[in-house]
Design a protein around this ligand. Structure first.
Ligand SMILES: [Fe+2]
Length: 232
């Protein structure tokens, strides 16, 4: 289930300090116990307390774009990966939440505001700017046997608003969520860890049945290697 951390520290750290602290304590998925997760959550909150790092990063990025210098950061539609650690894998991502996002993207199959889903990786998230988005939270028991059409037997955990000073930890292949647009533009920060190799699902919001299995590029690569070994 999701875990919520509340910290009262107003201290702030830079993105570089944040990355160094995570690198020095994170050794891989096995170390995601309560003590380490608490430490990582605190570091994310200290980074979120820094209200200048993101504007500095954007300014730097815009300047490099103008000068045609590769910044090393990558964009999604409404997200921005600002740091990737290759081994052990973790990444830091900024997400942008628009109050009118549900209306603007209502025909998109994977509209984040209409897509009830789980993740096959653990992550921590905190609010950085604005009132914060609301999540409808569920949990389920993962099984490799689950596929399209199966009942996910989702257990509702209610709604939750991601507010300032709070860090939420999502367990992989356990927590399911549906995002509700914030009442005003909001930004969240994520610290994301590597995948556990499980399937990832999209659920029907009315029935809780599995609508779609999301195959990650990692899973596709593993399947390809398995098939190659079978052929050879
Ligand atoms: Fe999600």
């Amino acid at each position: 289930m999701t875990y919520s951390f509340n910290f009262c520290s107003k201290s702030a750290i830079s993105l570089d300090e944040f990355v160094e602290r995570i690198k020095s304590h994170y050794t891989g998925l096995d170390c995601l116990d309560r003590k380490h997760v608490n430490f990582f959550a605190l570091q994310l909150q200290l980074l979120a307390n820094n209200k200048y790092f993101l504007t500095d990063l954007v300014s730097d990025h815009v300047l490099k774009e103008a000068l045609k210098i590769e910044s090393g950061n990558s964009y999604g539609n409404d997200s921005w990966v600002i740091y990737v650690n290759k081994s052990p894998f973790f990444q830091v991502r900024v997400c942008f939440w628009h109050s009118d996002g549900e209306i603007k993207h209502q025909n998109d199959k994977l509209n984040v505001y209409r897509c009830l889903h789980d993740h096959n990786f653990a992550f921590l998230t905190t609010n950085y700017f604005g009132p914060g988005y609301i999540s409808r939270l569920y949990q389920y028991d993962y099984s490799d046997e689950l596929e399209e059409g199966c009942d996910g037997c989702l257990q509702s955990l209610g709604s939750h608003q991601l507010s300032s000073g709070e860090v939420i930890y999502y367990e992989p292949s356990k927590d399911v969520h549906l995002q509700v647009p914030p009442r005003a533009f909001s930004i969240s920060l994520n610290l994301m860890f590597e995948t556990n190799g499980n399937k990832q699902f999209i659920f029907d919001t009315d029935t809780g049945r599995i609508l779609q299995t999301v195959t990650s590029s990692d899973a596709i690569a593993k399947q390809f290697i398995r098939e190659l070994v079978d052929v050879v």
